[in-house]
Design a protein around this ligand. Sequence first.
Ligand SMILES: [Zn+2]
Length: 222
Amino acid sequence: MSEQKIGRVVVLLGAPGAGKGTQAAILSERLGLAHVATGDLFRAAVRDKTPLGVIAKGYMDRGELVPDQVTIDMLLERLGSPDAAGGILLDGFPRNTVQAEVLDMALADRGASVEAAPYIEVPEAELVARLGGRWICRAAGHPYHEVTKPPVKPGVCDIDGSELYQRDDDKPATVQARLRQQLGALEQVVGYYRNAGVLKTVDGSRGIDQVSSDLLSVLSAR
Ligand SMILES: [Zn+2]
């Protein structure tokens, strides 16, 4: 594993529906950081059959969670790659405080640390509205959304006139229950970085451009 100097390490935090993926793409481009989503990291390592990819695949094939240390080792390997020389923007990791601690220790071993943890904060009710509200038509599954893409006539498909219905997964109660679970872990990670003094909370209930510009300003103030 390479021992090159580690650049900036930024951990982007946000609930599902907060627009984290969109903002990660914008920020990484504007700040010259490599966008590292752990899901992509796994897929690439498994596809390329790297030593860590082979280990990770073993766990996944057995239906087990990939241990944090394997994920961290993959992240460190990624940190050493040429396009990450300016630093990385982590998206989707750490997911809990144990992972946050392991990450801190691994970075400390290399004389580095998490520089900032910008948090895109969106009220729970708003997240439920964004994540739920999806309706599809009975005839062909044409998708609609209560807020972003309502049909012309409520409850009826614009294209074929068939009835619109909600899958169980998209019903507000289901969306809310799933979200609550994810928010619990996120709140702990947010608390962890608040205690570490690197949390930068940004109001994520506004438009994409406004959120981006807030994120860029908190990340430029070093
Ligand atoms: Zn339809």
